[in-house]
Design a protein around this ligand. Sequence first.
Ligand code: ZN
Ligand code: ZN
Length: 241
Amino acid sequence: MKEPVVNLHNHTPFSDGAYTIDELCEAHLARKDVKVVGIGIADHLFCTPSSREVRSERDFERLFGRETREYIAMVNQARERWEGKLQIYCGAGINWQMNKHVLGSIREMLDGIDYVLCESVDWAGLTQLANQARRWPCPVGLAHTNVASQFPNTSMDQIVRTLANARVFFEVGSHLLPLDEHDPWFDILPNHRVSVCIGTNTHDDLSCLDDLGELHAYVERHGLGEKMFIPQVLEKQALPA
Ligand SMILES: [Zn+2]
Ligand SMILES: [Zn+2]
């Protein structure tokens, strides 16, 4: 029997992806090799347009508050359309280098976001993230991260303990293929309380979905199947009559 797979890293035209949520759902459900039971939309949010400088937190909220609410509404509508067929999660992709100075404002805007994927986090960033991880309103993970090249001066043991203490999950993604090259890291990971997720970072080429079977098999082979991070979708609050 095919085991259930969740792909938490997909972009749509809301940021720089080419396929709509509905198209992504159809493509995932059409897979013959794996049984996809859920997908996460993780569009880049809070990307400061270079034409405008953000000078204050209020500026930031004015620029991105509405965008974020529109994004969450779009994903929620899709979630309802696909209910019973495919679970849709509402993630947010955050570029660490671009946003490391406005994380306080960002945390205020995440109501309705099920998880955050941080990209381009260096070691200074990871320690900063670890220090404040429990202040985030939703789970936080590291996406397309290659520990060997991204944290070259830090031991894998220290990295994995930092992730575990901060409850930061780690993406097993297409960017790491061929995965065997990362065995040293994935041999350590299962010994610590670090959750993992699967992500293809889908942008404009659906052939990345071919990777899902391999990513899933690798996770299982390394004893990480029990440590899969699955976002919690909060029940919609009933509106007062
Ligand atoms: Zn992108
Ligand atoms: Zn991405």
